[in-house]
Design a protein around this ligand. Structure first.
Ligand code: SF4
Ligand code: MG
Length: 284
């Protein structure tokens, strides 16, 4: 039976502010998974703490809402335990590039076969507007009323130099483009980072939808751009100050889980005979 977008919608109404970029990310994720024909019971969304972390509650698949910054170790464990699952790790810039940034480096170098979607709004939204690791210098926030002055984290470059084999960037104002990127990221056999500019309409009045539409360039459709060229990817990121969408870098090497000694193809965790996923849902 064909997998359709409706499968990934639930009756739970998101509590995100109207216009929040995270709606576009969740919509694009549903389209991506549906386009690949992956049913919801084969997908696990592992999310962190922050507004973006609510995606695991609203997306029609299995979900774990884990601890602040601990998305990637949890997602790694899920993938190692059952490699047949499609594992989506999801969180925000504060969660992933602040407290959790060390895990990004290690998941990238290990090349775990998971897709990490970061809803990057350049602010701490859930806690009502503090400077985040990706806030632009000069942006006034509750913690920097005279303007942020620290150098931001550069997630795309960080992921590439850490060994990630798929690095891309999207914009939640372009749901179709983002869905295509996410589908490629999910298909990629290895660690895939998709940083998504996902505006916080309530607490970030600088990096708005209109600002991104004016500022972003794309490598999509550029016949001279070669995503297998690591130095070219780093150069393009530097030249655009990170304001570039599309698949920036893609390469292949063995995944972490395929090299683990002692692990066969069988999942570490299986349901007892006679039980289905639906039975478990009834128990919860
Ligand atoms: Fe989205 Fe910002 Fe509202 Fe959080 S505070 S739901 S990030 S718009
Ligand atoms: Mg944020």
């Amino acid at each position: 039976m064909a997998v359709v977008l409706e499968e990934f919608k639930t009756s739970v109404k998101p509590t995100w502010c109207p216009g929040c970029g995270d709606f576009g990310v969740m919509n694009a994720l549903g389209r991506a998974v549906a386009s690949l024909g992956i049913p919801g019971h084969e997908v696990v969304v592992v999310s962190g703490i922050g507004c973006s972390g609510k995606i695991s509650q609203h997306f029609g698949a299995y979900g774990i809402h884990t601890l602040h910054g601990r998305v990637l170790p949890t997602a790694t464990a899920v993938k190692v335990a059952n490699r047949s699952l499609t594992v989506i790790a999801a969180g925000g810039d504060g969660d992933g590039y602040g407290i959790g940034v060390g895990h990004l480096v290690h998941a990238a170098r290990r090349n775990v076969d998971i897709t990490y979607v970061v809803m990057d709004n350049h602010i701490y939204g859930l806690t009502t507007g503090q400077t985040s690791p990706t806030s632009d210098p000069g942006m006034a926030t509750k913690t920097h009323p005279r303007g942020a002055f620290e150098e931001p984290v550069h997630p795309l470059a960080l992921a590439i130099v850490s060994g990630a084999t798929f690095v891309a960037q999207g914009f939640s104002g372009d749901v179709n483009g983002l869905a295509r990127i996410l589908a490629e990221a999910i298909r990629h056999p290895g660690f895939a980072l998709v940083n998504v500019f996902s505006p916080c309409v309530t607490f970030n009045k600088v990096n708005t939808y209109a600002w991104y539409r004016e500022s972003l360039t794309s490598v999509d459709g550029d016949p001279d751009y070669d995503p297998s060229d690591r130095m070219a990817a780093l150069s393009r990121i530097e030249a655009t100050r990170g304001l570039v969408t599309g698949i920036l870098y893609r390469s292949r090497r063995p995944t972490f889980e395929s090299q683990l000694p002692g692990l066969g193809e069988k999942p570490l965790a299986v349901l007892p005979a006679g039980l289905s996923g639906e039975d478990l849902e009834d128990l919860l």
